[in-house]
Design a protein around this ligand. Structure first.
Ligand code: NAP
Length: 246
C-alpha cells in the first residue's frame, strides 16, 4: 500500500477513472480540479464510500504556474509523502484553424497541457528521490504523434510531454522512479463529446476496434504502470488501433 497519489484533473473523465482504479493501492488520493466542484465532491464520495482511501480535493488552476509551489506545500501539509504523480489535467482551447488561435489561448494551452506538468513534477520529484521510490504517469495523446492541426497548441504541448517523459525516465531511474506516458486515442469523456458528432463519427470509423475507448480502460493501464517497476520511459498507446489508420 502506497502513501498517496496526486492526480491532476482527477475528478472527471480519465482522471477520475485513474483515481478509482488506483485508490485501493493508496492510503490517500490528492485530486486537483479547476472549476467543477460538483464532480469533485461526487468523486470523493464515490471513492471514500467504496474504499478505505481518504480523498483530499484541491481547487487550483494549473495555468497559474508560479503558484504551483504553494499548491505542493498545501498538499504536503495534508499528506506526508507522494508516491505516485499522475499529470492528467488537460484542455483543448479554441479548436479550429491554428492561424486564428489567439496568442493568449496558445499560451494558456501550453501552460496547462505542458508547462504545469514540468513544474509540478519538479516540485514533487525531490521527495521521491529522497525515498528512492516513485511512479510518474503523464497523459499525452495519439494526436501528439501526427500533430493534428485543428488542435495544434494542444498537440505540440502533448508532444513536449512525451519528450519530458523520456528525459526524466533516463534521469530518475537511478532512484527507482519510473516515468511513463499514456497516449489515449478517442476516449468517451466530456473532452471528446464537446468535439461534436462529426468528430466522434470520424473517430469511431477510423478505430479498428470500432468504438470510443472507455475511461476505465485508461485507468487500468495506469494501475499496471504503477505495479511495474521495470517499465520506464515508455508511451502506452490506448487507442483501439486508431494510430494504424490515421
Ligand atoms: N478524452 C480523450 O479522448 C483524450 C485523448 C487523448 C488524451 N487525453 C488526455 O487525457 C487527459 C484527461 O482527459 P479527459 O478526456 O478526461 O478530460 P476532461 O473530461 O475534460 O477532464 C479534464 C480534467 O482536467 C481538469 N482541468 C482542466 N483544466 C485545468 C486547469 N487549468 N487546472 C486544473 N485542472 C484542470 C478538469 O477540471 P474541472 O473538472 O474542474 O474542469 C477535469 O478534472 C487530458 O490530459 C487529455 O488531454 C484525452
Amino acid at each position: 500500500m502506497y502513501k498517496a497519489a496526486l492526480i491532476t484533473g482527477g475528478t472527471r473523465g480519465i482522471g477520475r477513472a485513474i483515481a478509482e482504479s488506483i485508490a485501493p493501492m493508496h492510503k490517500n488520493l490528492c485530486l486537483v480540479y479547476n472549476n467543477d466542484e460538483e464532480s469533485a465532491l461526487a468523486t470523493k464520495k464515490a471513492i471514500e464510500s467504496t474504499t478505505d482511501t481518504k480523498v483530499f480535493l484541491y481547487k487550483f488552476d494549473l495555468s497559474n504556474l508560479h503558484e504551483i509551489e504553494g499548491l505542493v506545500e498545501k498538499i504536503y501539509s495534508d499528506v506526508s509523502e507522494i508516491s505516485t504523480l499522475v499529470n492528467n489535467a488537460g484542455v483543448i482551447l479554441s479548436p479550429g484553424g491554428w492561424m486564428e488561435q489567439s496568442i493568449s489561448d496558445f499560451e494558456r494551452s501550453i501552460a496547462i497541457n505542458f508547462t504545469s506538468v514540468a513544474v509540478l513534477t519538479k516540485f514533487i520529484v525531490p521527495q521521491m528521490i529522497e525515498k528512492k521510490h516513485g511512479r510518474i504517469i503523464n497523459l499525452s495523446s495519439t494526436y501528439a504523434i501526427n500533430g493534428a492541426v485543428p488542435v495544434l497548441s494542444y498537440t505540440c504541448a502533448k508532444s513536449a510531454v512525451t519528450t519530458l517523459t523520456t528525459a526524466l525516465a533516463a534521469e530518475l531511474g537511478q532512484y527507482s522512479i519510473t516515468v511513463n506516458a499514456i497516449a489515449p486515442g478517442n476516449i468517451d469523456t466530456d473532452m471528446t463529446s464537446s468535439a461534436g458528432k462529426e468528430i466522434i463519427d470520424w473517430a469511431i470509423s477510423t478505430t479498428p476496434i470500432g468504438r470510443l475507448g472507455k475511461a476505465e480502460e485508461v485507468g487500468k493501464v495506469a494501475k499496471y504502470l504503477i505495479e511495474s517497476p521495470f517499465i520506464t520511459g515508455t508511451t502506452q498507446v490506448v487507442d483501439g488501433g486508431q494510430i494504424l489508420k490515421i
